[in-house]
Design a protein around this ligand. Structure first.
Ligand code: CUA
Length: 333
């Protein structure tokens, strides 16, 4: 489906045309019934107007309501029809909307991973290769990109109208959004949640490039690069903070092994289990006693206040590099 109207943003992602089609369907259905009902109200008001002088009109409590007293067959048939048709239409909206929501909220397996941090008032992006950007995000065309996003302060919302994706960025946890760009070019990036005086300035752009241009951009340092990948920076931090003395890869340390942890279902000491997603890793670093893995003692110190959001993402990227279990893919955020 092509661009509907001039004021609708470019369609530059794999989901854009279906989102537009769904939106268009809802507008047409709502518009049709609004006009039908308003039209009938006006029509009946004129058609059945009692033009007699006031003293000769029937009193209002003398008028029977035909729909509640069963005047023959016709009103019942009418009632069934005007209940069944809207029900069917709203069920179509529900099923279509739900399926679209699941598509939008489940990043496809094997998506390229980019990390984002929102803060008053800027967007910071980190590519797994180590390149960092501010208020700019470069991505290759035709590739599924998953953004894992955290906030340093208040609630922000990552919004790229041309991709038809919008997701809140919430302090204290990670949220995800994914897209596959289908057109090269620069597209607006907005913060779509009021987050303070300069909320309206929390904007930027997403640049979609051909894959070879993207590779060249990454290699040539179109933006500042630390010379190390995000996972390498995370590994360095992991060793500096002596995490490696307890989290041995063979599982024989005082803390559990982190190999293949991301996405795995972990049994807890308190009973029950949890899927080890990014939010769980973050909680376990900042508040280790919250969810102790079965068979381990609560002896890890807290790193609350000692790590920046970027450093947390570096550590998570490092754990990611130790292997990701497929269970985390396609999970609701
Ligand atoms: Cu950040 Cu509005």
């Amino acid at each position: 489906m092509g661009k509907l109207l001039f004021f609708i943003p470019d369609q530059a992602s794999s989901v854009a045309s279906e989102v537009d089609l769904f939106f268009f369907f809802m507008v047409v259905v709502s518009g049709f019934f609004s006009l039908l009902i308003a039209g009938l109200i006006i029509f009946f008001a004129i058609r059945y107007r009692d033009s007699r002088p006031e003293e000769r009109r029937r009193p209002a409590d003398d008028i029977e309501d035909p729909t509640t007293h069963g005047h023959g067959e016709a009103p019942i048939v009418l009632e069934i029809v005007w209940t069944a048709i809207p029900f069917a239409i709203t069920m179509v909206m529900f099923a279509w909307g739900t399926s679209l929501f699941f598509t939008l909220s489940r990043p496809p397996a094997g998506a390229m991973q980019v990390y984002a941090v929102g803060k008053q008032w800027m967007w910071k992006f980190q590519h797994p290769e180590g390149v960092r950007e501010i208020n700019e995000l470069h991505v290759p065309i035709g590739q599924n990109v998953r953004l894992t996003m955290g906030s340093e302060d208040v609630i922000h919302s990552f919004f790229v109208p041309a991709f038809r994706v919008k997701q809140d960025v919430v302090p204290g946890r990670y949220t995800q959004v994914w897209f596959k760009a289908t057109r090269t070019g620069r597209f607006h990036l907005f913060c779509a949640e009021y987050c303070g005086t300069q909320h309206s300035g929390m904007i930027g752009s997403v640049t979609v490039m051909e894959p070879n241009e993207y590779e060249a951009w990454l290699a040539g340092g179109g933006a500042a690069t630390a010379g190390q990948s995000l996972a390498q920076m995370g590994e360095r931090l992991f060793n500096e903070r002596a995490c490696n003395t307890c989290h041995l890869p063979n599982g024989e340390g005082r803390g559990p092994s982190l190999v293949g942890l991301l996405g795995k279902t972990v049994k807890l000491e308190s009973g029950g289990s949890v899927v080890a997603d990014e939010t769980y890793l973050r909680e376990s670093i900042l508040n280790p006693a919250a969810k102790i893995v079965a068979g381990y003692a609560p002896q890890m110190p807290t790193f609350q206040g000692q790590l920046t959001e970027e450093q947390l993402l570096e550590l998570i990227a490092y754990v990611h590099s130790l292997g990701r279990t497929a269970g985390a893919e396609g999970k609701k955020p």
